[in-house]
Design a protein around this ligand. Sequence first.
Ligand code: SAM
Length: 320
Amino acid sequence: MCFLLRTSAEEGDESLAVDPARVARYGPRNTTSVGTAAGAYYTMLGNTALTDRDDRAARELRRPFLPFTTHDGEVNIADRVTRYNRDYLGRVVRYFASQGIRQVLDIGCGLPAYGNVHEIVGEALSEGERAAVVYVDYERIVVDRWRDHLEGHNRHPGLDVAVVHADMRQPDSVLTDPVTTRLLDFSQPVLLLMISLLQYIHPEDGCYELVEQYTAPLAPGSVFALSHGTGDNLPDDMRAPFYELKLAYEEYIAENFTLRVEPQVRRFFGTWPLVPPGLVRLQDWRPGEPGYVPDTRDPARHIMYGGAAVKPEPGPNARS
Ligand SMILES: C[S@@+](CC[C@H](N)C(=O)[O-])C[C@H]1O[C@@H](n2cnc3c(N)ncnc32)[C@H](O)[C@@H]1O
């Protein structure tokens, strides 16, 4: 596993590299020795931890950050940014569903929680309409939980939903999985989601080329949306806590963790034009509240970028 905390435009600061023996092998997996990113995230959204390991991981991810006071009372930055991310996911899906997107490929979907993608898509459907959502994650517990969840909950009759157990770093295993090919029609627009996923993909895994393998087969009008952790503009007093966060990842979660600066995050979109407001802090992406004013004193607002771009018709500016 390798953790990189960068504020320059270049990736690969080996001074923060962690024990390479912890590099996760490729392929779907069933992590039982430490917590999972999925489980810690789920816990930090306010749910009861599924395992003691996830509970421990969530506590250790919070530990470096002092609580701060908001109108909601005392909150921890790590919990706060987790909620910002989940709320951003909801706004992205709601917006593009309102624009007519009816197919979603959600990679690194995490555990079922509040504001699930298929529920939001289902709310946008009229009678007789059809839509499909394919969830993908490489943790066994996520896939098992999704299967139970989908069996146990009613949904819009026109909505097909399924989950694929696969590693994002093996695009063929996602794109040619029988579930994916049965549910998604790649000749029609698809909303491709990589929300809080790409910071777990190491530069040495060819992160940009990997993303291109997903965007290339998509039809014009498709959308690629991401959120991504960053060290950009971190206040000085946040540097030491971020180093401690790296140690917590090393010890308690079986994941790579790479923060990227704005140009590096932007590069994932290739030549696709970004939908307004562009690549911005999560809370500033179509906040939906009339009169919204960003709270620039909120320390949690610095930590993640969000943005979405639409695949253009083939032409001189099209990437693929
Ligand atoms: C922080 S959670 C985000 C969950 C959800 N996307 C959201 O934003 O609410 C990241 C998820 O990505 C998954 N993940 C990390 N690396 C992955 C990979 N290489 N392939 C598939 N899933 C991966 C983790 O298992 C975890 O469920």
